[in-house]
Design a protein around this ligand. Sequence first.
Ligand code: BDR
Ligand code: CA
Length: 311
Amino acid sequence: PRKIIIDTDPGQDDAAAIMLALGSPDEVEVLGLTVVAGNVPLTMTSRNARIVCELSGRPDLPVYEGALKPLERPQVTAEHVHGKTGLDGAVVDEPTMTVRDQHAVDFIIETIRREEPGTVTLCTLGPQTNIALALQKAPDIAPRVRELVMMGGGFSEGGNITPAAEFNIYVDPQASKIVFGSGIPIVMMPLDVTHQLMTTKARVARIGAIGTRPAQVMVEWLQFFERFDIEKYGSDGGPLHDPTVIAYLVKPELFAGRHCNVEIETESDLTVGMTVVDWWRVSGRKPNAMVMRTVDADGFFALLTERLARL
Ligand code: BDR
Ligand code: CA
């Protein structure tokens, strides 16, 4: 299995991603979860990560707390989507497992330095503050990272927090600029992909039919999370973002895209956090990311359902 670190800000869809990973031990070995402020403040994302571990029967999985706020910009959160706790929708026990003493940034650095070069994959499901801090503190880790697979950004779909920006990049564009300039091979799952992954009633019902406690809680979380899009856009369900990152590692053939240049807007008030994707390669700038654009949606939900059933 591929060794991965999941950097996350749970979030119901982050929870789905973590559970997909924990249900796929043949393909991915989760070395640890690093949490960051994002959907909700760090104390809550930390709590939520531990709830997901315990729900998945993995109270042994190490969880490390990272950045409390973005590198430069004031903190922005998304309670309007995820609820006050970030994991609203289901009644779950407060976690009993504790976080590790080590800071997330130091865990990331130490792990990449310890493991064989080219073997650790970073998965980012939230703002990329922790990764940027690690790269600033230890630039030597960049060439040792196998790949960074991320959910964030958008191009033909526009943005979801401003007309131009997707939430994860908008929250900490300075961090994403560092990541995209690092030379690490990047695979990007933008809104263009995730907006094709609607949690329709039929798909959620198939998860519910698994009949286990983790699956039942996932159904309740998804139903809470999607209400935002149902109310706002009248859609059947909402888009499922973060599990795309893990699905790519388990079954890359579900996705298709193009290797191209991506730059992050950090200056303009109007478009800050925008991912400027050179899909048509008109800029002459060097490609720095594999930008996915299409996904086999039924294949994706079949995979998610199958792996949730293994927890
Ligand atoms: C991203 O923002 C968060 O609200 C979700 O967890 C996902 O990572 C989607 O824009
Ligand atoms: Ca997230």
